[in-house]
Design a protein around this ligand. Structure first.
Ligand code: HEM
Length: 233
């Protein structure tokens, strides 16, 4: 299934939204929330690593990994390598980001895993890990037989998009939850920080939408290289 639009210009919108999302989440946490830290007596700085790494790592780098087959004018073997390496980076940053949320909770004596956001978050990271491992074994090393690859490919695409959309939804719940906490402890409801957080969430949704559109958009016609059949080889 495809959409009658060229993937390349759509992928430029993805790159633009990637930069916008990264800048917004950094301004929020570095300027408004006092910064980020791996270790600190101010435990909120440890928490601040969480949204920064989840958005820039799992969502933004993960999205760039998904569109690599459509956005890069390179040979399919090179694109396959970029796809799997970017996904590995996204997964590792996601694991470190979740670890930061747990450390913040543990070091501040706050309960773990009480919210829908946290339950979906665990689901997302586990499914993302399974998807990466299965893809690595079947499409990269040691590699499945021709029929196994052909049968796995549509599932890889559908399951991968499902996990990615769930990740975007989980991040949106995270923004909502954090802003609600902040507003219940006195943050001005129509203040600049509240607007910034809501706009970051909107940019995140648009980013996810354009990643999905790029996946279904048309690669350059002459080169079959840009189609999904490219990952079979
Ligand atoms: C797809 C991206 C994300 C995933 C997979 C994820 C996952 C998680 C997990 C597993 C926890 C539980 C930690 C614990 O119980 O100790 C958590 C906590 C939290 N996350 Fe996220 N997160 C994501 C993005 C975000 C974003 C962008 C924000 C925005 C600020 C955020 C805000 C929070 C908050 C406020 C908590 C603490 C309260 C709670 O446990 O629900 N998260 N996250």
């Amino acid at each position: 299934m495809g959409i009658e639009v060229d993937a390349m210009p759509v992928s430029w919108v993805v790159h633009f939204l990637a930069i916008a999302g990264a800048v917004l989440v950094l301004v929020w946490n570095l300027h408004f929330r006092g910064g980020i830290a791996w270790e600190s007596s101010d435990k909120s700085l440890i928490f601040n690593l969480h949204p920064v790494l989840m958005l820039i790592g799992l969502i933004i780098i993960g999205g760039e990994a998904i569109i690599a087959y459509k956005s890069l004018p390179l040979r399919k073997e090179v694109k396959k390598l970029i796809h799997l390496v970017l996904h590995a980076i996204a997964l590792i940053l996601g694991i470190i980001g979740i670890n930061a949320a747990f450390r913040y909770h543990n070091e501040s004596s706050i309960a773990n895993l009480y919210s829908l956001h946290s339950w979906l978050g665990i689901g997302v990271i586990v499914l993302y890990g399974i998807q990466w491992l299965y893809g690595f074994v079947i499409f990269f090393y040691p590699g499945g037989s021709g029929p196994v690859k052909a049968a796995s490919l549509p599932w890889h695409v559908v399951f991968g998009l499902f996990v990615y959309i769930l990740a975007v939804a989980t991040a949106i719940l995270g923004f909502l939850e954090k802003l609600t906490f902040l507003e219940s402890s006195g943050l001005t409801k129509y203040g600049s920080e509240a607007f910034l957080v809501n706009f970051t969430a909107i940019v995140t949704i648009l980013y996810g939408a354009f990643v999905v559109i790029t996946v279904f958009a048309r690669g350059p016609p002459a080169e079959d290289d840009h189609s999904y059949s490219a990952i079979e080889g």
